[in-house]
Design a protein around this ligand. Structure first.
Ligand SMILES: Cc1cc2nc3c(=O)[nH]c(=O)nc-3n(C[C@H](O)[C@H](O)[C@H](O)COP(=O)(O)OP(=O)(O)OC[C@H]3O[C@@H](n4cnc5c(N)ncnc54)[C@H](O)[C@@H]3O)c2cc1C
Length: 821
């Protein structure tokens, strides 16, 4: 006799179970109840529909009711809520369109998922807020975003959904604040790994508040979110993404066993405490694959697998579910964070002994363009090296590395096995020693005792009297920052300077990422020292000690990105121009060339990676009689749309200044300040201030050595590569360090000139700069030179704009005096 199987919930677990059941049993009567209007939609894609990455709503509907009915011959009943389970009669009660009926079953599969948690915050009942779980939710958020065009958003909760929503709202140019009650975002990661992603949020203009929770809510014209700290945030839209709770009501009410964490209890065959009822997905408690303990892990992969296993077992196969690892991944703008197995917090909590290692490897061979560093944290057993968990953060290739390690965990492999894995390699994809191999080498060095390590979180606790802290980076690197109390002896000089290292102390050696530290370790160890290497090096130490608020959104400051409005788009031909990777003025040159080849009214869609270009192109368009339609930032580049000719003008537009462009006689003064000499700098500011005093618009364009005039005396710490640091180290830091072009006499001349100027009551260079800014002189730092010389925005004095050659030329064309100093 054929079985009658009812399924509650028509998305990940439910739909998967229904399809598998039909594939195994053509005769079974299968009825699927779904409370909402849709089945099998892509919950995981919802945030990207809000942000406009997924443009077509229909693409979220992975399977339609019709489609599934036709293919699998399943009786699908949407807008039908199962409200009761009568286990004695083996019937469920269903409400649809306000009417209730009963349906009998031989087997019942519960996959009702988990509902967003909404805490009883004061004022929440009078405040408009959104949670995100299904199509109905996303439609509401999308409508609000499209119709009300919110300028400010508060997202509460720094888990996967909260971070994805924050990013997607930010992509819509909304001013987003993310509030997280814990000390870090992204709970599956440990704090030092999460910090890398937190910085990424800050760098992309998201305001991040940690260690603070929502206290109360109010709404009148705007929403006011009051935090426990007393801080108040004003917002136009509020998203709550505080976590989810298993939907256990049905199961609870019919007396099925419920676990301590609120999930439905099941055995390894997905059977509940009633053998006729199976349960899968976010609603159940699963066994943690590492600890074997009951836990809640709401993820799509496990839900799908469990649905399939429940169907297998109902069809007479004996298939086990062996636990959940929690393998998960998230995109945070250009970065990716991923994890599998247990993190350090979980291992500590469960009392499981562990060791850890950190490695920073390139995503692929460093000599092949586009390699980005990837940090991998590996947790493993001190007994046999069995892998207990891993986390990775980087830009490219994080997914494949975490998946390889996830597979290794599933198979019970050890860090020694990671060393041996033979993984695909060619320069664009990996290195001969893949980051996973590198993680294995480092971990096994620790395990075998070839390298004793100290971790970032132990440094503050060690007795500093007992240790000699040795920094083996170059002196240039050391100059950019170091661990308090450390002594710098670069690795290559270590053998010659061993006499400077005390024998009666433990040696804590560190470098940038741990590799040179390991080499130094081996030298010192073999010379009889008691050595420890700082695992993961200074980079992990810095990341863990990263102070929030230091993130500066360089790109956003440099580019006021506007949303595109392409009018009458259909009638126009659009030509794509790829200027990615080119530095200013490369992109402008390419635009110039391409625009000559197209007809008036056609559009150039220019893709660039130089953020200053979006500013430059404004000036270029206005001077050349072309129309800047708008620009946008995508995940990997900036896209600028330019229509050939002016709006409303159909013919005769070209790339030389149009007759319709500014016809007034130019009055401005422009200066290219190329020199970094004190006397020339003084002269240029005196001229600029004079012109400004006459009411003339003045633009000073600082390029190459001239940029040193604009550097702050005391620069904040910024991330630089070795060459950039070398430049920074060799060049004068700020106006006070400039020398004279002649008779400098190792700085004596500069000092004398300053003295004489003071005596004669002439303003100092610093005062002249201050006056210029007050007089409205536009001070522009050349983005291309900054990039070449490794000078960062944060190192420049306040009030300086960043621009490219296009911005300067636009101003120069409005001027009747143009000086090169
Ligand atoms: C915004 C968002 C992003 C996500 N991103 C990811 C991701 O990137 N990766 C990942 O692994 N996971 C992600 N998840 C989690 C993933 O979607 C869930 O783990 C998965 O959908 C769980 O499947 P499920 O079948 O248990 O529950 P669901 O897919 O939630 O389906 C349960 C369904 O049951 C219905 N239902 C409940 N009670 C009843 C009832 N009594 N009668 C009838 N119907 C009922 C509900 O309406 C619901 O549609 C995301 C979730 C969300 C919300």
């Amino acid at each position: 006799m054929s079985k009658k199987v009812l399924i509650v919930g028509g998305v990940a677990g439910g739909a998967s179970a229904a399809a598998r059941l039909r594939r195994l049993d053509e005769d079974a009567e299968i009825i699927l109840f779904e409370r909402g209007e849709y089945i099998s939609f892509a919950n995981c894609g919802l945030p990207y529909y809000v942000g406009g990455v997924i443009t077509d709503r229909d693409n979220l509907l992975v399977q339609t009711v019709e489609g599934m009915k036709n293919r699998f011959n399943i009786d699908i009943r949407v807008k039908s809520e199962v409200t009761k389970i009568d286990r004695e009669k083996k019937e469920v009660e269903v409400i649809t369109d306000g009417k209730s009926y009963r349906e009998s079953y031989d087997y019942l599969i519960l996959s009702p998922g988990a509902a967003p948690f909404v805490p009883p915050i004061k004022g929440i009942d009078k405040t408009t807020f959104y949670t995100l779980r299904n199509m109905e939710d996303v439609d509401k958020i999308k409508a609000r975003v499209v119709e009300n065009k919110p300028k400010r958003a508060v997202v509460v909760g720094g888990g996967y959904v909260g971070v994805e929503m924050a990013e997607n709202l930010r992509e819509l140019d909304i001013d987003v604040t993310l509030v997280e009650a814990a000390e870090q975002i992204m709970g599956p990661l440990d704090i030092e790994m999460a910090r890398i992603l937190e910085k990424q949020l800050l760098d992309n203009g998201i305001k991040l508040i940690l260690n603070d929770a929502v206290d109360s809510l109010e709404e009148e014209q705007k929403i006011v979110v009051s935090l426990k700290s007393g801080k108040k945030l004003e917002s136009d839209i509020l998203i709550l993404a505080i976590g989810v709770r298993p939907e256990n009501k049905l199961a609870k009410e019919c007396g099925l066993a419920i676990g301590e964490r609120g999930g439905i209890k099941v055995n390894e065959y997905m059977e509940t405490s009633d053998p006729s009822i199976y349960a899968v997905g976010d609603a159940i408690e699963v066994k943690d694959f590492i600890t074997g303990m009951d836990t809640l892990i709401p993820l799509a992969g496990p839900a799908n697998k469990q649905g399939r296993i429940a169907a297998d077992n109902i069809s007479g196969r004996k298939v086990k579910y062996n636990g959940t690892q929690g393998t998960s991944i998230i995109k945070v703008f250009d970065l990716t964070g991923a994890s599998t197995g247990n993190n350090e917090k979980m291992l500590k909590k469960s009392g499981i002994p562990y060791l850890k290692s950190y490695t920073h490897s390139g995503s692929h061979a460093g000599y092949y363009p586009g390699a980005f560093p990837m940090t991998i944290k590996l947790l493993f057993s001190p007994e046999d090296g069995k892998i207990l968990g891993a986390q990775a953060v980087g830009r490219d290739g994080v997914d494949k590395r975490i998946d390889v390690i996830a597979t290794a965990i599933r198979q019970g492999l050890t860090v020694y096995d990671l060393e041996e894995l033979e993984l695909a390699y060619a320069p664009p994809y990996s290195s001969a020693k893949d980051p996973v191999n590198m993680a294995g080498y480092t971990a096994s060095n620790i395990l075998k005792g070839d390298m004793k390590v100290i971790h970032w979180d132990e440094i503050d606790r060690i007795n500093k009297q007992e240790y000699f802290i040795l920094d083996v980076r170059t002196d240039l690197e050391y100059e950019t920052g170091y661990i308090e109390g450390s002594t710098n002896i670069p690795l290559d000089k270590l053998r010659d300077r061993l006499n400077e290292i005390p024998k009666n102390k433990k040696i804590l050696v560190y470098c940038k990422i741990g590799l040179r530290g390991y080499i130094a370790y081996r030298i010192l160890f073999q010379n009889g020292y008691d050595v420890y290497n700082l695992s993961g090096g200074y980079d992990i130490y810095l990341s863990a000690n990263y102070k929030h608020g230091e993130g500066i959104s360089m790109n956003d400051e440099m580019t006021k990105v506007e949303k595109v409005e392409k009018k009458n788009e259909k009638q126009m031909k659009t030509i794509k121009v790829d200027a990615c990777g080119l530095q200013c003025p490369g992109p402008i040159m390419k635009v110039y060339k391409e625009i000559n080849n197209i007809n008036s009214g056609d559009i150039l869609e220019v893709h660039v990676t130089d953020p200053a270009f979006t500013n430059d192109i404004k000036a270029w368009c206005s001077r050349t009689g072309n129309t800047l339609l708008g620009s946008e930032k995508t995940c990997c580049d900036y896209v600028v749309y330019i229509k050939k000719g002016l709006d409303g003008e159909s013919k005769n537009s070209c790339c030389i200044p149009s007759s319709t462009a500014n016809v007034e006689l130019p009055q401005g003064k422009t200066m290219v300040v190329f020199s970094g000499d004190l006397d020339k700098a003084i002269a240029s500011f005196i001229i600029a201030n004079g012109a400004a005093a006459m009411g003339r618009p003045v633009t000073m364009f600082f390029t190459f050595w001239g940029l040193n005039i604009l550097r702050k005396d005391v620069a904040p710490k910024v991330n630089k590569n070795l060459i950039e640091r070398m430049f920074g180290f060799m060049m004068p830091r700020g106006s006070r360090k400039l020398g004279l072009s002649k008779m400098n006499m190792a700085g004596m001349g500069a000092k004398m000139i300053r003295g004489i100027m003071k005596k004669k009551n002439v303003s100092s260079l610093e005062e002249l700069i201050e006056q210029a800014l007050q007089n409205g002189v536009k001070i522009v730092a050349c983005s291309m030179s900054m990039d070449v010389m490794g000078i960062k925005r944060e190192e420049l004095i306040d009030g300086v704009e960043i621009g490219g050659v296009g911005a300067y030329l636009g101003e120069a064309e409005q001027s009747n005096v143009n000086l090169f100093i």
